[in-house]
Design a protein around this ligand. Structure first.
Ligand SMILES: [Zn+2]
Length: 360
């Protein structure tokens, strides 16, 4: 009898544990990386264009191949050799798969606001100014829940992220811009990154190089194991604004390697291994016509509202590159993350439908 009661207790215990979500989520954004490069690699009109490329021979030897399929593999090998096998890649408009922003601004703060809060807010979020976000992000929603308190963290290359996440109100820790790692339990690597960051000058005043953002995030994840992590890479957008196609492609290629490094880290850490849902997307697109509009975005640039989305990991069926007509929107990401974490979606605040991760 004693044994039976013990077993019953055991079962109840296991059941209670199972009800708590054991899913971890890593949300990643690559600022302003066009779907055109993601799905077709180096652009034939830009790769040998001396206005935008200093050494066209060198750039072509790295990223030019006869077909778009070969070019994208050369540009982003982890995405196209590994993630395309494991998950879903949405947004190749040449195949009818579309992902669009619902905000009409088509620049960064409105894009990140839409991704992180699940709703466009063109009335209030219509500049990149450092204004504390009046809207509530999924990071704040998770951090306000007992189950995820202090298990949420954000890392960004752009120094506006503390305002987008509203670090002050939400209490969600955000390491962004040129911030260093703080605290008294710093790892050796964090100490080294803190030393290195001011000595490796970024080309820009408000955006640091992505390697810093990446390794600060990895070190934090090793130590603190957040259940919800947001990593916002930024280089691609800034090199594009600079009109440097060489650096834009190199940065896309580099970010692909950072994604591999992040994934490899999660696969050797039992906390994350096979329990993590990954969502990768971008805050806006860029132009194509006239050619020079590849450098920019915003509501005057045709096509800058066109984006893409990569889903893989826990609960995601491996459909690869989506090649059938389908329309997704960036505002669907926030409710999807909340559902994965077993957190309530407040429907009026999040009009987008939860993404069906495992349906055919
Ligand atoms: Zn931009």
């Amino acid at each position: 009898m004693k044994k039976l009661i013990f077993c019953l207790f055991g079962l109840l215990f296991v059941n209670a544990q199972a009800q708590e979500s054991d899913t971890k989520v890593i949300l990643i954004t690559l600022d302003g990386l066009r779907w055109q490069e993601l799905f077709s690699g180096a652009d034939p009109l830009l790769v040998s264009n001396r206005t935008y490329v200093h050494d066209t021979t060198a750039l072509k030897s790295r990223f030019w191949k006869p077909t778009p399929q070969e070019r994208r593999k050369a540009l982003m090998p982890f995405v196209w050799n590994t993630l395309s096998q494991k998950g879903q890649i949405h947004g190749n408009r040449n195949l009818g798969s579309k992902v669009d922003l619902t905000n009409r601004m088509w620049f960064s703060y409105p894009g990140y606001n839409e991704i992180l809060t699940g709703k466009a807010d063109d009335k209030r979020i219509n500049s990149n100014d450092k204004i504390p976000n009046p809207n509530t992000t999924i990071l704040e929603i998770a951090h306000s829940d007992e189950r995820y308190k202090n298990k949420v963290a954000a890392f960004g290359s752009w120094d506006v992220f503390p305002f987008i996440v509203n670090e002050e109100r939400s209490g969600v820790p955000v390491n962004a811009g040129f911030e260093i790692a703080k605290g008294d339990q710093l790892s050796e690597r964090e100490k080294f990154l803190n030393e290195l960051q001011p000595k490796v000058p970024s080309p820009w005043g408000t955006v640091r190089l992505d390697a810093f953002t990446h390794y600060y995030a990895i070190e934090h994840m090793k130590k603190n194991h957040p259940q919800l992590t947001y990593i916002a890479y930024g280089e691609t957008d800034d090199f594009a604004h600079d009109g440097n196609y060489e650096a834009y492609l190199t940065s896309a290629h580099n970010t692909d390697a950072l994604l591999k490094n992040l994934y490899d880290f999660t696969q050797q850490d039992p906390f994350y291994k096979d329990k993590t849902l990954f969502i990768i997307t971008t805050d806006h697109g860029r132009g194509t016509q006239p050619l020079e509009t590849w450098k920019s975005h915003g509501d005057k640039i045709k096509g800058a509202g066109q984006v893409w989305m990569i889903l893989f990991g826990k609960g995601v069926s491996a459909h690869g590159e989506i090649s059938s007509p389908k329309q997704l929107y960036s505002n669907q990401i926030a409710p999807t993350v909340l559902k994965a974490l077993d957190l309530k979606t407040e429907a009026p605040n999040m009009p987008g439908k939860v993404l069906s991760l495992n349906k055919d």
